[in-house]
Design a protein around this ligand. Structure first.
Ligand SMILES: [Zn+2]
Length: 308
C-alpha cells in the first residue's frame, strides 16, 4: 500500500496543504537496479529515476524529493565517479522535480516549456472535485534552464538520448526518454504500474491525448525495449499496450453512458467499470477513474483541453 501513500504524498508535497519538509523521508533508501546497457533505475520515494552512465558522465531522468537528493547523489557515486551532465524532468509534479535545486548546482535541468511554466507559476493539480491541489511556485534555482517545444536529443555516453514530448498526456509538459543503444525507455507518468492512472486534467492532461501519445510512442519503440514506468516495476511494451487497451475500453464505456444522458452519479451507481475494479487503488479508485473519464469527455471547467 505504500506506493499509493507515496502518490498521494506527491500531491501534498507540492501543495499548500503540506510540504515535502513535513514528510518523514528519514527511512527512505535508494535502491539501484541495472535495467539494460548503461541505464539504471533508482527507486526511493516518488517517481522512478533513470540514470545513463558512461564515458561522458551521468544523465539523470527525474529527481524525486529534495530531502532525498544527497542519498540520490550517493547512489550515483556508487555507479559512476563521473560528473552529472544533464537532468531531465519528465513533467512538473512534485515527486519528480524536488531535487532540481540541489542538482542544478551541478548540471542544467532540461524539460519541456510547459514544465518550467507550471513550476514557475504554480497552480492546480488534479482532475476531480475530490482530487484538487494548489501547488506553490518553485524557487528560481530549481527551474529548468533549458527548455524545448517538441523534442530534443542528447548525444552522450555513446547514444542519442531522445526526449520526446507528448502534447497532452498525464499533463501538457510530458516527456518520454528513450535510450536507443541501451534499449530502455522512461515513460514518466504517461505509463504507471499501480492500477488506474492519474491523468492531471487541470494541468493540461487528457485521456484521449494519452491514448494517442502512447499509441504513437509504441510504434516508435523496438518491440523488446525495457520500460521504466513513472511508478511501479520495470515493464515491457505489452504492458503499455494493455494500458492503452484499458484506457480505450473504459473511455468507451463511459462515453456510451454519457451519450445515453447518464449523469456522473448514475455511472458510479451503475458501477460501469466493475470489470476493471482490480485496478482501483487508494489514490485513484474506480469511482475516481469514472470521474476522470467523464470530465475528459464533457470538458468540465478545470479541464482546459479542447478536443476537436
Ligand atoms: Zn505525475
Amino acid at each position: 500500500m505504500q506506493k499509493f501513500a507515496i502518490l498521494l504524498s506527491m500531491l501534498l508535497a507540492g501543495s499548500s496543504l503540506s510540504s515535502a519538509q513535513d514528510q518523514d523521508f528519514s527511512k527512505v533508501q535508494i535502491k539501484v537496479t541495472k535495467v539494460a546497457g548503461n541505464v539504471f533505475m533508482l527507486e526511493g520515494e516518488g517517481g522512478n529515476i533513470a540514470v545513463s552512465v558512461g564515458e561522458d558522465g551521468i544523465v539523470v531522468v527525474d529527481d524525486q524529493y529534495a530531502p532525498l537528493a544527497d542519498r540520490i547523489q550517493a547512489a550515483l557515486k556508487d555507479i559512476s565517479d563521473k560528473p552529472i551532465r544533464f537532468i531531465i524532468n519528465t513533467h512538473y509534479h512534485a515527486d519528480h522535480v524536488g531535487g532540481n535545486e540541489y542538482f542544478q548546482k551541478q548540471a542544467p535541468i532540461i524539460a519541456h516549456d510547459n514544465v518550467r511554466k507550471r513550476l514557475e507559476e504554480g497552480g492546480t493539480v488534479g482532475n476531480l472535485s475530490s482530487l484538487k491541489f494548489e501547488t506553490k511556485p518553485m524557487a528560481k534555482p530549481g527551474l529548468p534552464i533549458l527548455t524545448f517545444g517538441q523534442d530534443v536529443t542528447i548525444h552522450l555516453n555513446g547514444e542519442d538520448i531522445h526526449v520526446l514530448h507528448i502534447p497532452h498526456g498525464h499533463t501538457d509538459g510530458d516527456s518520454i526518454i528513450f535510450f536507443p543503444k541501451s534499449n530502455v525507455v522512461h515513460m514518466g507518468d504517461d505509463f504507471l504500474r499501480i492500477g488506474f492512472p492519474f491523468i492531471d486534467l487541470a494541468s493540461g492532461g487528457s485521456v484521449r491525448g494519452l491514448i494517442a501519445g502512447l499509441e504513437e510512442i509504441v510504434l516508435k519503440l523496438p518491440p523488446d525495449v525495457k520500460v521504466i514506468p513513472g511508478h511501479g516495476v520495470i515493464s515491457n511494451l505489452n504492458d503499455v499496450r494493455a494500458c492503452v487497451k484499458m484506457l480505450k475500453e473504459t473511455l468507451s464505456v463511459v462515453e456510451q453512458g454519457v451519450k445515453r444522458g447518464k449523469s456522473l452519479e448514475q455511472l458510479k451507481q451503475e458501477k460501469v467499470l466493475e470489470a476493471w475494479k482490480q485496478l482501483s487503488n487508494d489514490f485513484i479508485s474506480t469511482d475516481a477513474f469514472i470521474e476522470t473519464l467523464y470530465n475528459d469527455l464533457i470538458g468540465k471547467p478545470g479541464t482546459f483541453i479542447k478536443h476537436n
